[in-house]
Design a protein around this ligand. Structure first.
Ligand SMILES: NC(=O)C1=CN([C@@H]2O[C@H](COP(=O)(O)OP(=O)(O)OC[C@H]3O[C@@H](n4cnc5c(N)ncnc54)[C@H](O)[C@@H]3O)[C@@H](O)[C@H]2O)C=CC1
Ligand SMILES: O=C(O)C(=O)[C@H](O)COP(=O)(O)O
Length: 376
């Protein structure tokens, strides 16, 4: 890697940037949500997360040559502007998809335990079947669950997708994993509003770990008052970092946009931007990703009973994040918004277990389906 004396400005909440990018030049950090034009004026490379709006207002008076977002979503990036101005760009598709899958599975198993339903006896609807939704589909099918899929852009060329209303009327658990798209042929803004929410089955569990505005949050409240049977899990919020207190109190599980917040996913995201910057400068990546991922000790899983619920609770306990967010709901709005960002900035280390866990060969097939490798 040739030191090009680049000025690299990175979001303060992005792990291992110095370790990965210092070979290109000097790394400085800044809080992402309020980044201003003057902050980026002399940067050559800008590395952001979802909370930084990257557009003409931010970049017009800068010397930025490359923008990377260590996220899957790109709704905060004006990509047309970058192309028109010859600025290189990359996001990090799939970097934290496994973490979102583990978040969703943990919430399902936790609520199955609380409400006494058998996850296997439920029909699952996935809206948005990409990196995240596609992995979730595979996991659900390996668990023997019945799965319905809705993804109109993919349905244009592929079989196996259901119309949205059919999915909404038939699914007992609905998982939303679409990007935020505000225009075009298949917009996702307010994809679910009052009319869609009203057709949900009795006792339907609705999980949003995509983008908050994909569901009209006022409609969640309105319909939620008429339908006390509906269960909500929200990781993303229509007006985040603002969280509607009444809506949060109506939810079974709430969290501050951390479904993808595994350490693995964050490091993978930074690494994918390193790969993209190396491609941009036609260089090879100096080290493999594995050199940056800390070892994770999974031996404690052996000591626990290996039921799916206990495993999922060991992997990720949604109620820990739920409690931390609920404790901020009584704050004045500005303080609550700051608290939302602080919960994310100071997020505890959470490791993805995915296929990293090797269980003894007598582990049940259900555990294998949860994503664990079974020892030969
Ligand atoms: N809560 C969190 O921590 C995280 C949230 N996300 C969000 O989840 C979204 C999905 O992530 P990926 O699966 O990696 O993205 P992706 O781009 O791989 O998949 C999105 C899928 O949604 C489909 N889609 C687009 N418009 C649709 C519509 N109107 N109705 C139904 N499906 C539609 C696309 O065809 C695509 O298959 C991201 O855009 C991001 O906004 C992603 C990671 C973490
Ligand atoms: O990858 C995405 O898209 C996400 O939604 C990430 O969870 C966003 O995390 P931040 O970039 O907001 O830290």
């Amino acid at each position: 890697m040739q030191n090009r004396n680049l000025k690299i400005l990175a979001d303060e909440n992005m792990p291992m940037v110095e370790a990965m990018f210092s070979g290109f030049g000097k790394v400085t950090r800044a809080p992402g949500r309020n980044l201003k034009a003057e902050d980026v004026a002399d940067a050559d490379v800008l590395l952001v997360r979802s909370i930084t709006q990257v557009n003409a207002a931010l970049l017009d008076s800068s010397s930025v040559k490359f923008v990377g977002t260590a996220t899957i979503g790109t709704d905060h990036i004006d990509q047309n502007y970058l192309v028109q101005n010859g600025i290189g760009f990359s996001n990090a598709p799939g970097c934290n998809a496994d973490a979102v899958v583990e978040y969703v599975l943990s919430c399902i198993y936790a609520l199955a335990d609380k409400h006494g339903f058998d996850p296997k006896q439920r029909t699952y609807g996935i809206i948005g079947v990409g990196n995240v939704g596609g992995r979730l589909e595979k996991r659900f099918k390996r668990l023997g669950f019945k799965v319905l899929l809705n993804d109109p852009p993919r349905a244009e060329n592929e079989e196996g997708f259901a119309p949205l209303n059919e999915l909404l009327e038939q699914a007992d658990v609905i998982c939303l994993h679409t990007p935020l798209i505000c225009d075009g042929k298949h917009p996702t803004q307010h994809l679910l509003s009052e009319s869609e929410l009203r057709v949900l089955k009795p006792g339907c569990l609705l999980i949003n770990a995509g983008r908050g505005p994909a569901i009209d949050n006022q409609a969640l409240l309105t319909v939620g008052e008429e339908r006390p049977d509906l269960l909500y899990v929200l990781d993303v919020w229509e007006f985040e970092p603002a969280v509607n207190r009444k809506l949060a109190e109506r939810c079974e599980i709430v969290s501050p946009h951390i479904a993808g917040y595994s350490l693995d996913g964050k490091i993978r995201g930074t690494y994918m931007l390193l790969e993209a910057l190396c491609r941009f400068f036609n260089e090879s990546v100096p080290q493999p990703l594995a050199n940056y991922l800390p070892e994770s000790d999974l031996s404690f899983i052996e000591q626990e009973s290996r039921t799916p619920l206990s495993i999922m609770q060991l992997i990720y306990d949604p109620y820990a994040d739920d409690q931390r967010l609920r404790e901020t709901l009584g704050l004045e709005s500005d303080e609550q918004r700051k608290a939302f960002d602080l919960l994310r900035k100071n997020y505890p280390v959470r490791r993805e277990f995915g296929s990293m866990t090797v269980l003894p060969s007598d582990a049940s097939g259900e555990l294998a389906a949860l994503g664990f490798q079974i020892a030969d």
